[in-house]
Ligand binder design. Structure first.
Ligand code: RIB
Ligand code: CA
Length: 311
């Protein structure tokens, strides 16, 4: 049985890396390629970190492509304050030996989607939407190959994590997000409102540490990565954002939300990158996105830890 074809667009980042591991550990999915984008750290590091993660998973054959090294219209804003200087601080892993693919990630996306059955490929976006916005702008026909886009990004009742209004992935490249949300493509958005329920608890870390070298590395990443959110929000653990995207594809029943109209603020410096979610339908504007608001956190971590244990 071949799995559901997906392409993971990502800015590793520890939580991205755990999402990549979850995808590679799950036979329900066929990872056609990984496209790196500048975000948590610059592109040279997100590309490297994606390869480090594939080798940690024992999957050096996975194709990793470097994409856009800065947002479509703005300067790059990075998050070493969360992820550390390497983007994967918390575990000491060897430099990758697998090759970075020659093609630009946007060209890989365009060619793969052009050659695919219509509506067959799911894009899992874990970082700023620069690669996807650029793809849709340069290769509008590529959209025909996309089944849906499932993204980690945004926030509404929960607000933002970079500014009071904006979540990091949308804040970094609001123009790219505006293209994606205006594309008419099937979208599912997993915002802070959901991912802030997926808190990393000490029990999760101890269970991961009992799952071999991969589990040990993941626990080290998460212990490093969570401290910023714990300090900022006073939560009992850090939110594990990006793996929610993959878990949604594996077990959608763990997630609940509803179809809403979502628009992106691209003008105001005060609210740049805000996802304006019409949760109550007050604008009567047509829904363009399924917005996830709840995740069953215990079952999410059970799934994640079980799959990590397979690597
Ligand atoms: O706001 C959280 C998101 O921004 C996550 O995807 C994290 O990896 C960073 O990219
Ligand atoms: Ca990310």
């Amino acid at each position: 049985m071949t799995g559901r074809p997906v392409i993971v667009d990502t800015d590793p980042g520890q939580d991205d890396a755990v999402a990549i591991l979850l995808a590679l550990a799950s036979p329900e999915l066929e990872v056609l390629g990984i496209t790196a984008v500048a975000g948590n750290v610059p592109l040279d590091l997100t590309s490297r970190n994606a390869m480090v993660t594939c080798e940690l998973a024992g999957r050096p054959e996975v194709k990793v492509f470097a994409g856009c090294d800065r947002p479509m219209q703005r300067d790059l804003f990075t998050a070493e304050y969360v992820h550390g200087a390497t983007g994967l601080d918390g575990a000491d892993l060897p430099d990758p030996r697998m090759p970075l693919q020659e093609a630009h990630a946007v060209d890989f996306l365009a060619e793969t989607l052009a050659g695919a059955q219509p509506g067959s490929i799911t894009l899992c976006t874990l970082g700023p939407l620069t690669n996807i916005g650029t793809l849709l702008e340069r290769h509008p026909g590529a959209a025909a190959g996309i089944r849906e886009i499932v993204m980690m990004g945004g926030g509404f009742f929960e607000g933002g994590n970079v500014t009071p209004a904006a979540e990091f992935n949308i804040y970094v490249d609001p123009e790219a997000a505006d293209i994606v949300f205006g594309s008419g493509l099937p979208l599912t958005m997993i915002p802070l409102d959901a991912t802030h329920q997926a808190l990393i608890l000490p029990d999760h870390l101890s269970r991961l540490r009992r799952r071999g070298a991969v589990g040990e590395a993941v626990a080290g990443w998460l212990e490093f990565y969570e401290r910023w959110d714990v300090d900022k929000y006073g939560m009992e653990g850090g939110p594990l954002h990006d793996p929610c995207v993959i878990a949604y594809l594996l077990q959608p029943g763990l997630f609940t939300g509803k179809d809403c109209n979502v628009r992106i603020e691209t003008v105001s410096p005060l609210t740049r990158g805000m996802t304006v979610v019409d949760w109550w339908g007050v604008t009567r504007a047509p829904a363009n996105c399924t917005v996830i608001r709840r995740v069953m956190a215990g079952e999410f971590f059970d799934l994640l830890i079980e799959r990590i244990g397979r690597l």
